[in-house]
Design a protein around this ligand. Structure first.
Ligand code: HEC
Length: 164
């Protein structure tokens, strides 16, 4: 039982930007079980957001060169507001963001931030949690792809393929 409570607390931390005011997701045991199975991270949504990225092909293996480029962009433009853990800074921590969101949603959000925050339901929900509007970072399409690869690396994607 103690374990379930701890796991629930972690689950909420990952979903809510400001979880102190939002306890509704904490209580259910199902939530804890889901997290243990990693299911809750996968199922969140398959929304693609609003913008030019309607379909992005992402290979199974990590592209280390892209990820390295993304790391540099992160340091320069994103790290002041986003940690690489689940912990919130100004915006949500990036740990497991690639499991919560599609590549299209993330890349649209990164390049078309204002329109997404104004018109995308998921982005609006996030704004309600965070209370801070992410400023447009003027990323090029290539930059967005690099940052996405860096996020995948942060989420444990490797250069060697798992099967095949
Ligand atoms: C000034 C602070 C700030 C900076 C700098 C910033 N962000 Fe954000 N970001 C936020 C906030 C706040 C949110 C929460 C969404 C909202 O309401 O705007 C967010 C949300 C996000 C999300 C959605 C996260 C999730 O859990 O779904 C992504 C993806 C993202 N930002 C990418 C980036 C990228 C890429 C950069 C750097 C190029 C960046 N951000 C720089 C503040 C920032």
């Amino acid at each position: 039982m103690k374990k379930i409570i701890i796991v629930s607390a972690i689950a909420v931390f990952m979903y809510a930007c400001n979880n102190n005011t939002d306890k509704k997701e904490t209580s259910s045991e199902t939530n804890a079980v889901d997290l243990a199975k990693q299911d809750s991270l996968k199922k969140v949504n398959d929304a693609r957001g609003i913008g030019k990225f309607t379909h992005v092909d992402i290979p199974e293996k990590l592209d280390a060169a892209l990820a390295k480029g993304g790391s540099g962009i992160y340091d320069l433009k994103c790290s002041s507001c986003h940690k690489l853990t689940v912990e919130k800074l100004v915006g949500p921590g990036w740990k497991d963001v690639t499991k919560r969101r599609t590549p299209e949603w993330i890349m649209n959000f990164a390049t078309n931030t204002d329109e997404m925050i104004t018109n995308d339901a998921q982005a609006q929900a996030m704004l309600e949690e965070c209370m801070v509007r992410m400023p447009n970072q003027n990323l090029s399409d290539d930059d967005a792809r690099k940052v996405y690869e860096f996020m995948r690396k942060n989420d444990g994607v490797k250069q060697v393929s798992i099967k095949k």
